[in-house]
Each structure stands twice: as structure tokens, then as C-alpha cells.
Design a protein around this ligand. Structure first.
Ligand SMILES: Cc1cc2nc3c(=O)[nH]c(=O)nc-3n(C[C@H](O)[C@H](O)[C@H](O)COP(=O)(O)OP(=O)(O)OC[C@H]3O[C@@H](n4cnc5c(N)ncnc54)[C@H](O)[C@@H]3O)c2cc1C
Length: 279
């Protein structure tokens, strides 16, 4: 049997793989910037989830207890593996260590998925707007690769706002991969629009998505009509973004839904904490 003794300061990457309860193996890691990375894990056989849900994942803490955080699953329900897209918080208890994972390491995955950003939480509608900032794009990375989205909607509009251009890279790659995907590529090419904006650096489209929705510029740029009561919206970002987009939805008569009571828009925080630090 493998030695399970860990020194208090043993880095996560040195944990004995076979002895991590609920541990899944890292199969790929990609660093997108000094603040963002994505990784793929083997999928627990018992994990069933709906595209857009989140689970608790983490590493063994130095006290011998799991250190877990909520993470949106960025891969669709049908994927054989699990994908996650993560921030690197410099002094963050989990991500200061998680950012060092390598292929073959283990990450703990709890198999109780939950969340409101699922198709079933919305009543039928014409277009689906997916509004994200930062790592809030993660649940939508799952949804835009779910064939059910294209069955349910005539058009899917994914918006992603970050401070800098380099923080948009995961989204651009995601949309390119989705349009080339054998399962959903054809429908995505026809129905998926991607609108990426920066707030602190020049890029093709600049500004907060809330301002661009209020002014109508996002609709002009995309060549699609403004948001109406026939559309459905999912929102995933900082608390401030979520509240602002909720107001925009309410202004066109959309009602908030939940898993228990489907509605016309749904919201989830992409992290808990001080909104001003990293978003
Ligand atoms: C429902 C839900 C889903 C989530 N999904 C993801 C996800 O898919 N990817 C992801 O990276 N994080 C996600 N988070 C945040 C995640 O749970 C952790 O907060 C994050 O991994 C940092 O963990 P930490 O222990 O290093 O620092 P923490 O102590 O958890 O956070 C320290 C501080 O860093 C800031 N922060 C934390 N996470 C973020 C973030 N994602 N973006 C900007 N600032 C942040 C906040 O100011 C926070 O107070 C989610 C949170 C919730 C509630």
C-alpha cells in the first residue's frame, strides 16, 4: 500500500495519487495567462450532471482535510472527461496550489452537481443570451457544446467581458472548437454568436456589456434585434454584473426563474467575495 503520510507543507502535486479520496486524475492543463488556466480530469463513473451545473472540487489541505471550492463544469454532460476553467488568486487558499497541477496529479471531485444555469430552469423562448464576465464563461462553455441548446433556441448569443484581451483567449478558442465539433459544430456555426469585450484595454469591442446592452451597440455589432420578452437570459459574473443584467432583463419584462420554478432568466455568481479585486 502507498505511504499516506504527508508532511504539513507537502505541495499538492506530491500527494500520493491512489490515496486521495474522490481523487480524479489530471489529463490536461493549459495556462491562458498568469491569472487563468483550464484543466481536464477523468470523470467519476457516478457523476451525472446537466450542462451548466457546478460541483465542489479541490485538493487535500495541509490539515489533512479536503480544501474544496465551487467550480462550474466547463464540459457538456456528454463529455467523457471533466473540464474546468480557473482563476489563479495569488494568495487564494485553493488556487495558489491548484495552479501548479500537472498531468497525472489528482484533484478531488465531489459528485453532487447543482446550480441554476441549466436549460430546464428556463421556459421556452426564441433566443438565448449567455452573459458572462471572467471565469463566468465556464458554465456556458458546457452549454454551447450541448445539442439541447440548439434544439431549444433559434439563436444563442454568448457575451464575455474581461479587463484585458489575453483574458478573452479561452472564449475565442472555445467558440472555434465548438464550431468544429462533430456533434454540435454545424448548428453552432449557424446559431452561435460570440461577443467578447474588454474594459481596461483596447480590443475589437470595448466596454461593459451592461452599457453596450443599454446603448444597443451590442445588437448593432451583432446584427441581431435588441433583447425582448421573447428571449431567455443566463447570467454568470460578479455580483455587480449580475444585478445590472437582472435590471436589464426586468426592464423588458423577463421574470427570474429557478430549478424549482422555471422562468425567463436565471443568474449565478461566478465567485463569492470582493468584486473589485480580479473581475
Ligand atoms: C457557484 C460558483 C461557481 C464557481 N465556479 C468557478 C469556476 O468555474 N472557476 C473559477 O475559477 N472559480 C469559480 N468559482 C470561485 C471558486 O469557488 C473559488 O473562489 C476560486 O477557485 C478561488 O479559490 P481560492 O481558495 O484560491 O480563493 P478564495 O478564498 O475562494 O477567493 C479569494 C478571493 O478571490 C476572488 N475570486 C475568487 N474566485 C474568483 C473568480 N473565479 N474570478 C474572480 N475573482 C475571484 C474573490 O475576491 C475572493 O474573495 C465559483 C464560485 C461559485 C460560488
Amino acid at each position: 500500500m502507498a505511504d499516506t503520510t504527508l508532511s504539513p507543507d507537502a505541495p499538492a502535486t506530491e500527494l500520493p495519487a491512489t490515496d486521495l479520496p474522490g481523487g480524479q486524475t489530471v489529463t490536461a492543463v493549459k495556462h491562458w495567462s498568469d491569472q487563468l488556466f483550464s484543466f481536464r480530469l477523468t470523470r467519476p463513473a457516478s457523476l451525472r450532471f446537466r450542462s451548466g451545473e457546478f460541483v465542489m472540487i479541490g485538493l487535500m489541505g495541509e490539515n489533512g482535510r479536503p480544501l474544496l471550492r465551487a467550480y462550474s463544469i466547463a464540459s457538456p454532460f456528454w463529455d467523457e472527461e471533466l473540464e474546468f476553467y480557473s482563476i489563479k488568486v495569488p494568495d487564494g487558499p485553493l488556487t495558489s496550489r491548484l495552479q501548479n497541477i500537472k498531468i497525472g496529479d489528482q484533484v478531488i471531485v465531489k459528485t453532487k452537481p447543482t446550480g441554476t444555469l441549466i436549460l430546464d430552469a428556463l421556459l421556452p423562448g426564441k433566443r438565448l443570451f449567455l452573459i458572462s464576465t471572467g471565469t463566468g464563461i465556464a458554465p456556458f462553455a458546457a452549454l454551447i457544446r450541448d445539442p439541447g441548446v440548439y434544439e431549444a433556441y433559434d439563436q444563442v448569443i454568448l457575451t464575455h467581458t474581461c479587463r484585458k484581451k489575453e483574458e478573452l483567449a479561452y472564449g475565442f478558442d472555445l467558440v472555434e472548437q465548438t464550431k468544429a465539433d462533430p456533434l454540435v459544430g454545424e448548428e453552432a456555426t449557424e446559431k452561435l454568436l460570440h461577443y467578447a469585450t474588454t474594459t481596461r484595454e483596447p480590443s475589437q469591442y470595448e466596454g461593459r456589456i451592461t452599457d453596450l446592452m443599454r446603448s444597443g451597440k451590442v445588437y448593432e455589432d451583432l446584427g441581431t434585434p435588441p433583447l425582448t420578452g421573447d428571449d431567455r437570459v443566463m447570467i454568470c459574473g460578479s455580483m455587480a454584473l449580475n444585478l445590472d443584467v437582472k435590471d436589464i432583463c426586468a426592464a423588458v419584462g423577463l421574470d427570474e426563474g429557478s430549478v424549482a420554478r422555471p422562468g425567463q432568466f436565471v443568474v449565478e455568481k461566478s465567485f463569492v467575495g470582493d468584486d473589485t479585486r480580479l473581475s
